[in-house]
Design a protein around this ligand. Structure first.
Ligand code: SAH
Length: 362
């Protein structure tokens, strides 16, 4: 028997091609997409606007398959973390962060990560593999299922951030169709302001995004000069600040000066001093950016400490005085290790590290 095709791997364009292969018209892709992503229906027999013969053909050659949810944890602040086991045994994490009317889902793009940022728990896991489009899309589908979000007028998940485990731009091929599903009016219909991709700075793929997709971009900057950034975010050795910021500039100009978010983790004594604030202001001068200061979230076995709140406020005040927009990210879900940089999952084959894999993925 040939393997069934998992329809979660297909964006609407690819679904249309799939249906064309079955002699069906393009509107079938619209219908199927609505069943799956808007009504949460995955039983072909319940897709009543498709003919019976078509439904049975679909059953024969296609499936809608998800990873298995193995654990749900609820933080005292309402944040939820789900652990999903993939077919090959890797476990990934997805986090839901409710805040007033907004509900943000933090989605993983890889099992583990190759980047090796020194302050991030995911890095400790090593890298196993890229997630498929289906495994990425499934995280949003399952969150909707668990939060009873299907068929509601008001979206329970109103925002998606590609800020979970992994470097989304090193899984460009599978992430791109997933982003399209998130924004498709026949699927989740999220606007480009509500879909954010965070990257440590894979410059060539930031430039590709300019043509391929209209989303909000966040950059894990974390340092105000190359020397420091080489240490904290080693991918900087490959794509240094000048190149990274030039790519950001291209991105914002191509997208009508859409603001790029610069994430900056506050590490006690490392990158949080007045001289860093000054250097950062100079570095970002003239770029349409917003700086998001992230209090460092500790995890077991790490020696960094978070800057104290006075230092963080002083840092922010200096940026503001220099004319920059800067906010302080509220830490959420720390008690269940769901906060930024605490996602670890359980990764098989953790042997690969940045230097080995960078060749393989580029
Ligand atoms: N690889 C992508 C996506 C991960 S996003 C990227 O680097 O952007 C996760 C965000 O949390 C990144 O900005 C990351 O640098 C930050 N982060 C990692 N570890 C952290 C920690 N321990 N405390 C606070 N933020 C952290």
């Amino acid at each position: 028997m040939t393997e069934k095709i998992n329809l979660l791997n297909l964006d609407r364009e690819a679904l249309a091609v799939f249906f064309a292969g079955h002699g069906e018209q393009r509107f079938r892709a619209d219908q199927l997409s609505q069943w799956i992503h808007q009504f949460g229906v995955i039983d072909f027999d319940k897709m009543t606007n498709m003919s019976k013969p078509l439904r049975s053909r679909l059953k024969g050659c296609a499936e809608i398959r998800f990873p298995e949810m193995v654990r749900e944890e609820l933080s005292k602040d309402g944040t939820r973390k789900w652990l999903f086991r993939l077919d090959d045994g890797n476990v990934i994490e997805t986090v839901f962060i409710p805040e007033g009317v907004r509900g943000t889902l933090c989605i993983s793009s890889q099992a583990g990560c190759i980047l090796d940022c020194t302050f991030c728990a995911t890095a400790r896991q090593g890298f196993s593999r890229n997630l498929t489009t289906a495994e990425i899309v499934a995280q949003l589908w399952m969150a909707n299922r668990f939060l009873a979000g299907f068929g509601r007028r008001v979206r329970v998940v109103s925002n998606v951030v590609m800020m979970g485990m992994g470097e989304p731009l090193y899984n460009y091929r599978n992430v791109l169709p997933a982003l399209r599903v998130f924004m498709d009016d026949f699927a989740y219909g999220l606007s480009s302001r509500r879909v954010t991709l965070s990257t440590a700075g894979v410059v060539p793929h930031i430039l590709k995004l300019v043509d391929d997709c209209d989303i909000s971009l966040a950059i894990s900057l974390h340092a105000s000069n190359d020397e420091l950034r080489n240490k904290l975010v080693p991918i900087n050795r490959r794509f240094p600040l000048a190149e990274l910021l030039a790519a950001c500039k291209k991105y914002t100009y191509a997208k009508a000066r859409r603001v790029v978010t610069m994430e900056y983790v506050m590490l006690d004594g490392m990158n949080d001093q007045p001289q860093h604030a000054k250097e950062l202001s100079r570095l970002l001068e003239g770029l349409p950016v917003k700086i998001n200061l992230i209090p460092f979230n500790p995890f077991k076995g790490i020696s960094y400490r978070c800057s104290d709140s006075h230092t963080i406020r002083r840092f922010r005040a200096m940026l503001k005085a220099a004319g920059l927009v800067a906010t302080i990210r509220k830490t959420r879900g720390q008690d269940i290790e769901a906060a930024c940089g605490q996602l670890a999952g359980e990764v098989r084959n953790r042997s690969m590290r940045f230097n080995e894999v960078q060749v393989a993925v580029s």
